[in-house]
Design a binder for this molecule. Structure first.
Ligand code: AMP
Length: 584
């Protein structure tokens, strides 16, 4: 299959903002793709060569790519640079220069998917001294054989800027329609929740239809999508929701890790399902020593602590440590951590995800030997509200964020990838309703003036509507930033800016600049009000109005442990609005 067919679909997708239309283009593409390369097509479409959790990024530097474009087209680097300055998009530069190539060659071969995929794979995997030369050569070769449109997408893929705005759920939809029926989406999504490798699933579906995915099992080394929590703002409401009896655990303020353990290897996955093993050699060692089974998948929160006092420290210290890839040894010493384990999903060949919470917890305590560096999360199992309130106070005292309440009913399974009322968070902030923090996604920017000229003066923020899979605006955020922060946030946003509003953004307000929904910021709000402009929960509580946060203030935290889909949801905003009313 020729790469031009994929590039054509990219163009169609780029030209639409309608999800249904996007799905249709994907279905057409999937139907004509030979089964053997179905996985490659899917990885390429996501700007990757492997599933996300393999951690293999293309991310070639702009400079190197620019040199390769110049080499392949016969233009000078200065020419290419000048174009880049005016277009701001290396993909467009490649498209134009390839279209006006100065040297035409007789020996150009039409690019097929295998060729592009294998070159990109080599580029991603090449490391070491001579890697820059190797990459340069491979890129120049690809561009030499490219048509202009192909060059645009190859360059965007290489530099990590393919950004077509296709959500994983849209790909699942298209796979269901192409190889089963639309109604089978749920069944496929269920497998995806414990085996989130879209390429592998797509290939199997294409080869064997729905029957093929029956053979997928929870697998050590393949991260499961994490189970998520709803939120409520009183113990009373929680008790009511959980039928009068529940487990309450301390809600630790750290970084969630899912550990996949075998005697040979301990792999650690973040909430984004990113493999973060290399950043936590100490956690690997702790788990290697304290988990006494052949194989296991367990989950917990990793919290920075003061080793002398055992005191828990602010979460930022783990995220700071995560950034310091190259100073790992000192980071391990400077920011020691402790693990608080709370779930067991798999042990020695047995899948525990379909077992009730207390059975999983029992298994966890069977297989883990506690030490000063690893413990099971502190919990009570109670029907007594006063006892739960007291436990909440204790958790705050201990440096935690609040409590995580968990259902203990027969069907209190581990629901991979879903947010439900089986787990309910109860945080300190909810005590004063109008002092609540929420995690919002940046979807656009407004240019600053005066002291803020040249950077963004305010950001357009959105909540995530998980039912519609889109980002709905809720406030303009311009307070709480230091000058340095604004500069660095502006740089971060400029790197992901878009020409049009992203198809998953639902906004009536027009930002000066639209960006890819990517960064999640922690925002403190004073009050939730109705707004005729913001689109969060538009029309749901009041005709022609959405919800807005009044007096939003940036708390200083970029939640890089959260993906945009982990942001506060529209539904949570509705619940918070209703909770706020009750208080008044
Ligand atoms: P939030 O990040 O506010 O949406 O809250 C959910 C997160 O709380 C989970 O993803 C975990 O990282 C964290 N957490 C802390 N303690 C626990 C616990 N005992 N059980 C489950 N999750 C916990």
């Amino acid at each position: 299959m020729y790469y031009s067919e994929l590039a054509e679909t990219y163009q169609q997708i780029e030209a639409t903002t309608k999800r249904l239309e996007m799905t249709r283009f994907l279905v057409d593409l999937f139907k004509k793709t030979p089964s053997e390369i179905m996985d490659k097509i899917i990885y390429l479409m996501r700007g990757k060569v492997l599933p996300d959790f393999k951690g293999l990024e293309l991310g070639v530097a702009d400079k190197l790519t620019l040199r390769a474009i110049a080499k392949a087209t016969g233009f000078s680097e200065a020419d290419a640079m000048q174009k880049l300055n005016s277009y701001g998009d290396l993909g467009l530069v490649a498209e134009e220069l390839v279209a006006n190539k100065k040297q035409t060659s007789l020996f150009s071969e039409k690019l097929d998917i295998d060729k592009v995929y294998s070159s990109l794979e080599k580029i991603a995997k090449t490391t070491g001294n001579r890697s820059q030369d190797m990459k340069f050569k491979l890129i120049a070769e690809l561009l030499h054989d490219s048509e202009p449109v192909e060059a645009k997408y190859i360059v965007r893929s290489l530099t990590g800027k393919i950004r077509l705005g296709i959500a994983d759920m849209t790909i699942l939809d298209a796979l269901a329609i192409a190889f089963a029926t639309k109604e089978d989406h749920a069944r496929i999504e269920q497998v995806y929740s414990f085996y989130p490798d879209l390429g592998s699933l797509g290939k199997t579906l294409s080869l064997q239809g729905l029957d093929g995915i029956k053979d997928y099992n929870i697998t050590v080394g393949i991260p499961l999508r994490h189970m998520l929590a709803e939120r409520l703002n009183s113990i009373e409401a929680i008790m009511e929701k959980l039928d009068g009896q529940a487990v309450f655990e301390y809600k630790y303020d750290g970084l969630r890790l899912q550990a996949h353990i075998t005697p040979e290897k301990v792999s650690l996955f973040s909430r984004h399902l990113e493999d973060v093993s290399a950043q936590f050699p100490d956690v690997q060692e702790i788990l290697h020593e304290s988990v006494k089974v052949e194989s296991a998948i367990i989950e917990g929160e990793c919290v920075p602590i003061n080793l002398e006092t055992g005191e828990m420290l602010p979460f930022q210290m783990v995220s700071r440590r995560r950034g310091r890839k190259y100073e790992l040894d000192s980071a391990v010493e400077d920011f020691p951590i402790k693990l608080f384990l709370f779930d067991c999903l798999y042990a020695d060949g047995v899948d525990y995800t379909q077992q009730p919470l207390l059975t999983r917890r029992e298994k966890l305590s069977d297989i883990v030997t506690p030490s000063p560096r690893v413990e099971l999360s502190n919990l009570i199992n109670t029907s007594d509200q006063a006892e739960a309130e007291k436990f909440f106070e204790n958790s705050l005292e201990a440096g935690c964020e609040g409590l995580m309440a968990k259902a203990i009913s027969e069907d209190s399974f581990y629901r991979a990838g879903s947010r439900g009322w089986q787990w309910i968070k109860y945080k300190r902030d909810y005590r004063s309703q109008i002092n609540d923090t929420v995690d919002l996604v940046v979807v656009g920017g407004f240019m600053g003036h005066g002291r803020r000229s040249g950077v963004y003066g305010a950001l357009l923020m959105a909540a995530y509507n998980d039912a519609q899979d889109r980002f709905e605006t809720i406030c303009k955020l311009g307070t709480g930033f230091s000058d340095e922060m604004l500069v660095s946030i502006s740089d971060m946003l400029n790197a992901i800016k878009l020409e049009h509003k992203h198809p998953r953004i639902y906004s009536q307000m027009k930002a000066d600049v639209w960006v890819e929904p990517k960064y999640v910021l922690e925002v403190l709000g004073a009050e939730i009000t109705f707004s005729p402009i913001h689109t969060c929960a538009f029309g749901e509580l009041k005709e022609d109005s959405g919800l807005a946060i009044r007096f939003p203030r940036f708390k200083g935290n970029i939640r890089d442990d959260k993906s945009p889909e982990d942001a506060t949801t529209t539904k949570e905003m509705i619940d918070m609005y209703k909770g706020q009313l009750k208080q008044i």
